[in-house]
Design a protein around this ligand. Structure first.
Ligand code: GLN
Ligand code: ZN
Length: 788
């Protein structure tokens, strides 16, 4: 076997013909799941047309069927032998599992009017649960949506109760089985994919019931599904149990054992599948259970495959996830090959190879990118290319004369020697950091006095989170500028006009701390990514975030630095228009990190610190230009948490440190704000406190301030702005309702440290409702000021 040097990376496609010769021999390569959205986000557009009534249900379903065929074909053409079926979803695969198990929450099913409506609603029911509405059926509050483990994908949270599980709604395996038949057009070698009962239950919410009390009833339904699949002739079932990556407590461990001892798999063969973390700690739990194989993610964490294999029965399939399913870098195939070769010798046909996890989390096809430079492109592999990488590995492993197959040894090497990655100035700065760089000079109490003197804000100051409605005009302005249809000067004037109008509106409304409105930003991470060195942008590297929503994460490939000030001109212009303070608005280092594809040759902590230094430079420039309040948004801190609980603290330590690094240069008189848009942070409260922001604004309105209960055990020491209304809804909140919430908040936070603000940015709202809502909010604050 040859290993190329870094300068000549192998073209993958010509090798396929060679590979086909060996098809069927030895081991098998398979995939756990493929991106549903399509290389050009076709699924997104089908969905949105259907929701707007521009596509009939039949046409919508036909387009989805077509999408599935194409996804299978791409995988098959790339050499994947065993294709996954059941990974596709119109909206979300956890929601699919809910529907398959017949567990749609009753508020979505009880209003079905007529039998024909009911028929129609099988598809619409899914969208009503996922997004609260669909072309048919009544509107209902959608089910909650939350992050899928430590990814940026959101799943629809199952809502379980004993009553729901006891009702007589039947399981529905039709979709899964129909798709199983559809895939036969491509190959007989398919496996069904299903989320396993323990993870499903673990991710669900229940009322007051203990989740594990619901397991027996849930297993009854799972049993019915397994029996149906077995009867239908499904051979392999990939049962996903990513919860195994967590440190499950004794009760959950027992539940796992009991569940799988009890389930009768019939003629099915079960590939127990886990990803996103190592499962070394749970091998004893599963080794005696009636599985037929185990898939392990070998990329997410260090894992000793040999030790695991030793413990497992010697007739199990061992599926190794050797290609990173969550990042965009090419695999160092030579090094993987070298590790696999002895394993292949030992296991032979028992060895299967796959990506580490479903490719759902990868962009679809690198070949679409025409604007990336050649060297950079040679470092990348998207979903389709990852399948091809597996083919190459298999070819190299099974070929007697392995010199026939050329593997690339790696982008790791290529990237390492590239000058474009290294910036010695940045590296020197990061290595010179000492603990004093991570903290502000004065205590919060001292800062509070200094800021009060310079800002002179009223009690219960009112503010917003940063963005104001992004009108069609604003989007058009940005689009024209990107297409070079307007000059830089015209663009600046148009955005300045928006800023002026936004400042005037805020002054009229009577807000105390203003913002410039973020008209120049399409996205809070992309905006900064484009202005930073060491970060690249693609045209089509879309990844599903939830439902029809896709994101195009920046790719952090090298040392990060700021080319020039990124926000100063807009901030200075906004501040020049008013005597009230205008907040400078930045995205924090952890959020930029979490919402990007990140280089894998440097620790995340180091990358975060590089970003933090760039943000810190911006903070200094804003201050030098007269900005007295700076908000550094960190909505992503919570979702960056590792899967294993025992690793949380280490993560939180460096994540909060990097936020602190970005803010530490601010003198006492500069007020640092931060914002987070979720209301569940009981478990990370000490970290939130450690951020030491002067003012923290958070989402609380939907939970009626119940988040603040957490502060009863551990008081929040700085200023806090618990959102007083939900910006996700167009409804205008009433004054008294907000007064009530603020009174409730005062039970937890002294009024001198309380701010009044909505719960998130307003960019998705219209001006009309925004104006009315903020006017009411200002009245509410004034009402309380006079009564306090
Ligand atoms: N400043 C951003 C905005 O107002 C914050 C967005 C967020 O929290 N995700 O839009
Ligand atoms: Zn927010």
């Amino acid at each position: 076997m040859n290993s190329n040097d870094a300068s000549q990376l192998t073209e993958l496609s010509p090798l396929n013909s060679k590979l086909n010769k060996h098809n069927g021999a030895g081991m098998q390569i398979h995939n756990l799941g493929f991106p549903r959205i399509g290389a050009k986000r076709e699924l997104k557009f089908s969905l949105e047309k259907y929701w707007r009534g521009e596509l009939t249900q039949a046409d919508f379903l036909a387009e989805c069927k077509d999408r599935r065929q194409q996804n299978w074909k791409i995988q098959h053409d790339a050499g994947i032998e065993c294709l996954p079926v059941g990974d596709f979803a119109h909206y979300d695969h956890v929601l699919n599992t809910t529907l398959l198990l017949g567990l749609a929450p009753s508020r979505f099913t009880q209003h079905t009017h007529s039998e024909s409506d009911r028929q129609n609603n099988v598809v619409d029911l899914e969208f009503r649960i996922g997004r609260g509405q669909a072309p048919t059926g009544c509107q209902c509050a959608a089910s909650d949506m939350t992050k899928w483990f430590n990814t940026n994908y959101h799943y629809i949270v199952p809502e379980l109760s004993a009553g729901l599980l006891a009702n007589n709604s039947a399981i529905n395996t039709d979709n899964l089985l129909n798709q199983f038949n559809e895939a036969q057009a491509i190959t007989d070698n398919r496996k069904a994919v299903l989320l396993g009962p323990i993870t499903y239950l673990y991710l669900s919410v229940t009322g007051h019931e203990n989740k594990l009390d619901l397991l027996p009833a849930l297993l009854t339904r799972y049993q019915a599904v397994l029996s149906t699949l077995s009867d239908a002739g499904v051979n392999w079932l990939q049962l996903d149990e990513p919860a195994l990556g967590l440190e499950l407590d004794n009760e959950w461990q027992q539940a796992f054992t009991q569940a799988y001892q009890q389930l009768n798999k019939g003629n099915l063969k079960i590939l127990l599948t886990s990803y996103f973390a190592s499962i070394d700690h749970h091998i004893d739990l599963l080794k005696d259970l009636p599985f037929d194989g185990l898939h392990i993610d070998t990329v997410a964490e260090k894992t000793d495959v040999n030790v695991i294999i030793e413990k497992l029965p010697n007739d199990w399939i061992i599926s190794l996830g050797v290609i990173n399913g969550r990042n965009v870098w090419k695999t160092d195939l030579v090094s993987v090959y070298q590790k696999l070769q002895p394993l292949y010798r030992k296991l032979g046909e028992r060895l299967w190879l796959a990506p580490s996890c479903s490719l759902l989390h990868s962009p679809v096809d690198l070949n679409q990118e025409s604007k990336l430079d050649e060297e950079f492109t040679s470092w990348l592999a998207f979903a389709k290319q990852k399948c091809q990488e597996l083919s190459l590995l298999k070819a190299a492993l099974i070929t007697a004369n392995s010199d026939e197959i050329i593997l690339y040894s790696g982008p790791a090497l290529a990237r390492c020697v590239s000058k474009r990655i290294h910036n010695s100035e940045v590296q020197t700065r990061v290595s010179a950091l000492s603990s004093s760089d991570f903290a502000r000079n004065e205590s919060f109490d001292a800062r509070k006095v200094a800021q009060q003197t310079s800002l002179n804000l009223p009690l219960l100051p009112t503010t917003t989170i940063g963005s104001f409605p992004q009108t069609g005009d604003i989007r058009q302005t940005r689009a024209k500028w990107r297409r070079n249809e307007i000059t830089e000067k015209e663009y600046t004037e148009l955005i300045q006009a928006e800023i002026r109008a936004t400042i005037e509106r805020q002054e009229k409304i009577g807000l105390d701390v203003l913002v410039h409105g973020e008209a120049e930003r399409n996205d809070m991470v992309e905006y900064f990514g484009e202005l930073l060195d060491g970060v690249a942008f693609t045209q089509f590297a879309w990844v599903q975030s939830y439902g029809s929503r896709c994101v195009k994460p920046p790719i952090i490939f090298g040392d990060i630095s700021r080319k020039k000030p990124m926000t100063v001109e807009w901030a200075r212009f906004a501040q020049s228009l008013t005597d009230k303070p205008v907040k400078g608005m930045l995205t924090g280092p952890v959020t930029i990190l979490c919402w990007s594809f990140v280089r894998d040759d440097l620790s995340r902590e180091k990358v975060a610190n590089q970003i933090a230094l760039a943000i810190s430079d911006e903070v200094v420039d804003l201050i030098d230009n007269g900005i007295e309040i700076i908000q550094i948004d960190e909505p992503a801190i919570r979702e960056g948490m590792p899967v294993k609980q025992s690793q949380w603290q280490n993560y939180l330590d460096w994540a909060t440190a990097s936020f602190c690094l970005s803010a530490a240069k601010a003198p006492a008189t500069t007020q640092i704000h931060s914002h987070m848009c979720y209301s569940e942070f009981n478990d990370i409260l000490p970290a939130i406190i450690a951020l030491d922001a002067d003012v923290l604004t958070v989402e609380t309105s939907r939970s009626n301030m119940s988040l603040l209960d957490a502060f009863d055990n551990q008081a929040y020491p700085n200023d806090l702005g618990p959102g007083v209304y939900d910006i996700h809804s167009p409804n205008v909140p009433e004054v008294d309702w907000m007064v009530g919430l603020l009174e409730k908040a005062q039970k937890h936070i002294p009024v001198e440290r309380l701010w009044v603000n909505p719960d998130c940015g307003l960019k998705t709202r219209g001006w009309e409702e925004t104006k009315l809502a903020l006017e009411n909010m200002v009245i509410a604050a004034k009402k309380l000021r006079t009564s306090t």
